[in-house]
Design a protein around this ligand. Structure first.
Ligand SMILES: Cc1cc2nc3c(=O)[nH]c(=O)nc-3n(C[C@H](O)[C@H](O)[C@H](O)COP(=O)(O)OP(=O)(O)OC[C@H]3O[C@@H](n4cnc5c(N)ncnc54)[C@H](O)[C@@H]3O)c2cc1C
Length: 490
């Protein structure tokens, strides 16, 4: 239960008296903290940018005492509205707590929650180490935000998601009590695994302040391939056929025919000569040079048999050209309409063809513009609905089609989110993902760990209708970096 107006005012006064200059009620700061990459804005009453764990603990103690909602925030790059203070209260912005250090021998990185993912990846790389999870937002998103959403990315097909690298989490319960879940060890079989409960909980169960990440050895060699296939079903055989050949690609990305046509219209060039408008796979192999060479031979054999056309990058510059195809998918779609719903559904590998065919039928049946691309090695496909907000009929058709997509995904044994989380965007579908016992268990966990409901209220459990809100036409500080950062939009 959040507090009444009087309690909220008293809470803010106590916060200012306790934390001083790290508390801002300045209009510009409140505005920047009011929205994330989903671009729906809700005002907070204060933005707090702590520089120490002690300050985080003090803030939570006060919030709990006065019943003030707290929305923890990293970079605000969430695509689902999960970082938005939809119930007001305080935004706890951890971006200033961004230090990290790497222990080369233990192969761990200890990072404060606000550390930027690409920065710790670069330092690991200098030491011959590798932190594989690579959300496309890595140049600006924080490791705390990645943990809270269990972020994925393109290399998950070989290396796994954020969860697979988290050894320990330090942070605070909503009461302001300090906890550490897991330890900086390679194994941990001691008590309940609350570390994994916090991962992916979108800031609704606790506030993460420090993360211990396991690192792996950096692969010495990489080869990049791009291939076009006669149809989507043939391309989507790759997640089965390649492992049967003993191949484990580090990238296995799919772009459907509709997306490729968009890319070609946008760039004015065919993606691969002799294969205009055909679906495409971007494939990368990495590892020891001799092993990559041997795997490349097997992959080329498969491509000669199954693909219509293929290209192998002979240099970094050529690899960059092949990557450009994948990266252009989103910018090309954005030329078509002012609204892009980027869904991140995930289905069992063998259901992907059925999913892509279903999306095709949605496109035709509802007269919509929908492109599918993404991480087919994981069954995690981004289904992108493009429409103009002002065209109410088209927006309504997109909304109906989105509901049908979610229903189909659940029916296929999949999940409505593979990496972005629920936030506000998917609250109207999440209930259908779980049976009553599962849903009640999740609610009990939330109510037990956060009895006063102060942590990120309004997310996951409470139905929200995004289309009833008008998005803001403003940018966040990191948005100028988007173009430099392989903007593959997930
Ligand atoms: C261009 C673009 C590309 C993207 N590509 C990908 C992609 O490839 N893969 C992918 O998975 N996602 C992707 N995303 C989504 C987004 O970047 C990720 O969800 C990322 O993990 C969010 O990190 P953040 O620091 O911006 O967190 P925020 O957006 O600030 O917060 C996200 C959620 O985490 C919570 N949170 C943040 N920090 C903490 C903390 N320390 N303790 C507790 N809770 C916390 C917030 O309350 C919120 O619920 C993309 C987004 C954009 C804009």
């Amino acid at each position: 239960m959040t507090g009444n107006a009087e309690q909220l005012d008293a809470g803010l006064a106590a916060l200012q008296a306790t934390l001083g200059e790290v508390v801002s009620t300045e209009e510009g700061d409140l505005r920047r903290a009011s929205f994330d990459a989903m671009k729906l804005a809700f005002p907070a009453s204060a933005v707090v940018t702590p520089v120490s764990e002690e300050q985080v603990g003090k803030l939570l103690r006060l919030a709990n005492e006065f019943g003030v909602p707290v929305t923890t925030r990293g970079a605000g790059s969430s695509l689902t509205g999960s970082a938005v203070p939809v119930k007001g209260g305080w935004v706890l912005d951890l971006s200033r707590m961004n230090a990290f250090s790497i222990d080369r021998d233990e192969r761990v990185c200890v990072a404060q929650a606000g550390a930027v993912v690409a920065e710790l990846q670069a330092d690991a790389d200098d030491l011959g180490l590798f932190y594989p999870p690579d959300p496309s937002s890595k140049k600006f998103c924080t490791i705390g935000g990645n943990v809270a959403c269990n972020a994925g990315g393109l290399r998950c097909v070989k290396y796994g998601v954020t969860r697979d690298y988290v050894r320990a989490l330090s942070g605070f319960l909503p009461t302001g009590e300090k906890v550490q879940w897991g330890r900086a060890t390679r194994k941990f079989a001691t008590g309940y695994n609350l570390r994994d409960l916090w991962i992916g909980s979108e800031g609704t169960l606790g506030v993460v302040t420090e993360i211990t990440l396991g690192l792996v050895l950096k692969p010495a060699s990489t080869r990049t391939f791009l291939a076009a296939f006669a149809d989507e079903a043939t391309a989507l055989e790759a997640p089965f056929s390649l492992p049967r050949l003993g191949l484990q690609p580090s990238i296995l990305e799919f772009l459907d025919q509709w997306t490729i046509s968009c890319v070609e219209a946008f760039t004015g060039k065919t993606v691969l000569d002799g294969a205009s408008g055909l679906p495409v796979l971007l494939i990368e192999l990495d590892g020891h040079p001799a092993q990559v060479e041997e795997s490349a031979g097997k992959l080329l054999g498969w491509l000669k048999e199954r693909a219509v056309v293929h290209r192998v990058a002979a240099s970094d510059a050529e690899a960059e050209e092949l990557w450009a195809v994948r990266r252009t998918g989103s910018p090309a779609m954005r030329q078509l309409a002012n609204t892009k719903l980027n869904e991140d559904v995930v289905v069992p590998l063998r259901k992907q063809v059925e999913l892509v065919e279903f999306v095709h039928d949605l496109r035709v049946g509802h007269d919509l513009r929908i492109g599918t691309f993404g991480h087919c090695g994981d069954g995690n496909l981004h289904v992108n609905f493009m429409y103009d907000r002002e065209d109410q009929k088209e927006a309504e058709r997109a909304r109906i089609a989105l509901g049908e997509l979610m229903k189909k995904v659940i029916e296929l044994g999949g999940a409505i989110s593979g990496e972005h989380g629920i936030g506000l965007a998917k609250t109207e579908f999440v209930r259908d993902q779980f049976n009553e016992a599962e849903w009640n268990t999740m609610e009990k966990i939330k109510n037990t760990l956060d009895p006063n409901g102060i942590l990120n209220p309004g997310k996951i459990f409470h139905s929200f209708r995004p289309w009833e809100h008008v998005p803001v036409n403003e940018t966040l500080p990191w948005e100028h970096q988007k173009e430099e950062c392989r903007p593959v939009d997930s």
